[in-house]
Design a protein around this ligand. Sequence first.
Ligand SMILES: C[S@@+](CC[C@H](N)C(=O)[O-])C[C@H]1O[C@@H](n2cnc3c(N)ncnc32)[C@H](O)[C@@H]1O
Length: 340
Amino acid sequence: MQHSFFDVWNVEEANSAIISTKQKKSKKVNNVQNSGIKPVKQEKAIEQDALFHDLQENTSKIIPPKKQLLKWIGNKQRFASEIIAYFPRNFNTYFEPFLGSGAVWGKLSPQKPFLSDTFAPLMEIWQTLQANPELLKQWYAERYEIMSQGEKVVGYEKIKAAYNAKPNGADLLFLCRSCYGGVVRFRQSDGYMSTPCGIHKPMPPINFAARVDQWKVLTGTTTFGNLDYTKAMDMAREGDLIYCDPPYSFSQSILYGAQSFSLSDLFTMIKRCKERGVFVALSIDGTKKSGNLLCDITIPDGLFEQEILVNCGRSMLKRFQMNGQTMEQEVVADRLLLTF
Ligand SMILES: C[S@@+](CC[C@H](N)C(=O)[O-])C[C@H]1O[C@@H](n2cnc3c(N)ncnc32)[C@H](O)[C@@H]1O
């Protein structure tokens, strides 16, 4: 059966409709009001953020890059400061097992990070940034040239076809920067990258090269791994810090080819880490639909000690679905759950 890009959205709509019905029926909604975890006021984050880099003992003191290297759905660029403000002052190795575009890592710039993601072409980009940043610049410039030569959409589709024939970091790098809304999506049936060409003009290679240089500085003592989060979290020891930003259980189940992701399995991993004395911070989808409907996620009792609502503004997914129109009432807040 042929699937179009917009079929994917329809599948997602259908899924979220089912979830909404379940939410209405469910009496046991775990949310900020009744999860039993004390929410923390946002002022605390701002206050902590001002002091963070002076007090944090495990940051490399490298000035964090201001702009993203990659466009990645669900990236935490705008909220990274607020998130890291709640991290412990002292920790050993920093783990980020759902790396994506690495916004929180970039802001924190820790001394000894272990960064990983299950998506191989994505990790190829990060590993190339570390080993051969000039090659990364070249990958981008070559594809920018293809797109600039003739009809923009034709060039884009050529690169997309090359990616789909053989998924690889070089094509993904350019596609994530040039696709519609920066939302790299994969068809549910066969993992085909289906996002159409963006309406914007991708940044010129010279600007991209400057971002490569800024991000490269961060990779000095970094270890990158292409592995499942369970394997990465197993490696963490007492005193280490893990920041988890998994695919959103409600809105991102078909992104990143991660259909099989289960939040309850992640909770089991977090419990094991906590028992070993590892600090774990978890971002999960907080509110949807006008900010009134809180996602019905059953959080195991006693697993988290604190919960913070991080305001993420309007939902990018929703904006995209509305064909570029913004929806003023669509306010999204992430929940940050801490085991410490
Ligand atoms: C919400 S994104 C992370 C966004 C990231 N915080 C950022 O700022 O860009 C979730 C990431 O989890 C990855 N992922 C999905 N399933 C995974 C798994 N089982 N193990 C490791 N990574 C996984 C996806 O490839 C995706 O990059």
